[in-house]
Write a protein that binds this ligand. Structure first.
Ligand SMILES: Nc1ncnc2c1ncn2[C@@H]1O[C@H](COP(=O)(O)OP(=O)(O)OP(=O)(O)O)[C@@H](O)[C@H]1O
Ligand SMILES: [Mg+2]
Length: 358
């Protein structure tokens, strides 16, 4: 693909109503050329609706969509230069692999002489060279998924949309395909908008992640920023494994959790009543090293769950507030975990002390 094929996307105040249901509520979003952006959110949050507005399957009630220099808000799907991969592949079962991949070329009335070459290039891209004459029924789930990808890419679209393309695959294949898709994205340098409700998948794959809830865009940020600096309790609880604890303001850079004062390195949101969002792996069992300035929480271990690569430790603070932390599953780390019933001190770096509005 050449540089011309890359395009930025601009969604401007897009709203979609179905009667009294607001599927998408005033969403604005700019996507850079070549960027990989995921739309992440629970079921019904508006992800597919937003993708449909980009693809032309859904007419927004108001707002506009631009791809590159072009306002495509009212362009029909086939007049948009967009490749699409659906959740269930949507391959044509009666056609061969080659016919499936050639379909967009046919639909766009591209000269037939060029089809074979384009199809074999697209299949090579997804490492299915030579599969042209196979039937769809003779492929594994991962291979079908790759055929669907090849079909979305074959006409070198400016933009590729994917709606939960890996959700039908088992965990192992899904992880392989995630790496595969990242690789393809780098190679194609295409702009990709990717829908998922799997937060790990979104964090793994994306340059930026847009979190949706009830049709609203709550936060769009890099995976690191989203994880380290969630803007509210919803994002904090949706990403990772955060425990949310009621705290109150204690000056400009500290909050009070019961009688314990915890310092934060980040500006506090407004209000007196706040929430502390603690990701399980940001709590560290005190190893006895001098760590000035670090927050210390004394708690009592209630349960330790072995989970293979890591252990989940449940504990309660002096006032009974439950907290939990994750420790590596290594022998050394396991040695440090006290028995249930024992007291333990856990450390929380002020950089990791994230406070969100209540
Ligand atoms: N054609 C329609 N008619 C009426 N309501 C609709 C229609 N399509 C979507 N909705 C509603 O709009 C909201 C957003 O739906 P959407 O399909 O965008 O959610 P989603 O985030 O993709 O969810 P999921 O993860 O379950 O696929 C939901 O409340 C849904 O019921
Ligand atoms: Mg959906």
């Amino acid at each position: 693909m050449d540089a011309r094929a890359k395009a930025g996307v601009s969604i401007r105040s897009a709203t979609k109503r179905y009667g009294s249901v607001v599927a998408l509520d005033d969403v604005s979003l700019d996507i850079a050329p070549g960027e990989f952006v995921s739309l992440l959110g629970p079921s019904g949050s508006g992800k597919t609706t937003l993708l449909g507005i980009l693809g032309g399957f859904v007419q927004p009630t108001s707002g506009a969509v631009w791809v590159g220099e072009r306002d495509i808000t009212y362009a029909p799907p086939h007049k948009r230069d967009i490749g699409i991969v659906f959740q269930n592949y949507a391959l044509f079962p009666h056609m061969t692999v080659g016919e499936n991949v050639a379909f967009p070329l046919r639909a766009r009335h591209q000269p037939k002489a060029g089809w074979a070459r384009k199809v074999s290039d697209a299949l090579a891209m997804v490492e299915l060279s030579g599969y042209e004459s196979r039937g769809i029924g003779q492929l594994s789930g991962g291979q079908r998924q790759r055929v669907a990808l090849a079909r979305a890419m074959v006409f070198e679209p400016q933009l590729i949309l994917m709606d939960e393309p890996l959700s039908a695959l088992d965990k192992q294949l899904r992880e392989t395909m995630q790496i595969e898709l990242r690789r393809l994205h780098r190679k194609l340098e295409a702009t990709i908008v990717y829908v998922t409700h799997d937060q790990r998948e979104a964090l793994t794959m994306s340059d930026r992640v847009a979190v949706l809830r009830n049709g609203r865009l709550i936060q769009i940020d890099t995976p690191e920023r989203l994880y380290d600096r969630p803007c509210d309790a919803f994002v904090a609880s949706f990403i990772g494994e955060a425990t949310l604890l009621d705290v109150t303001r204690a000056g400009d850079d500290a909050v009070k959790l019961g009688s314990i004062v915890l310092r934060t390195a980040h500006p506090l949101p407004r209000g007196e009543k706040l929430l502390l969002a603690v990701q399980t792996e940001k709590l560290v069992i005190d190893g006895g090293h001098e760590r000035p300035g670090v927050n210390r929480l004394v708690c009592c271990v209630t349960e330790v769950l072995y989970q293979g690569e890591s252990l989940r430790v449940f504990a309660t603070l002096a006032d009974g507030t439950p907290i939990s932390l994750r420790q590596p599953g290594s022998h050394d780390a396991r040695q440090r975990i006290p028995e249930p019933g024992a007291e333990m001190t856990v450390l929380l770096d002020p950089q990791d002390t994230i406070v969100v509005p209540a």
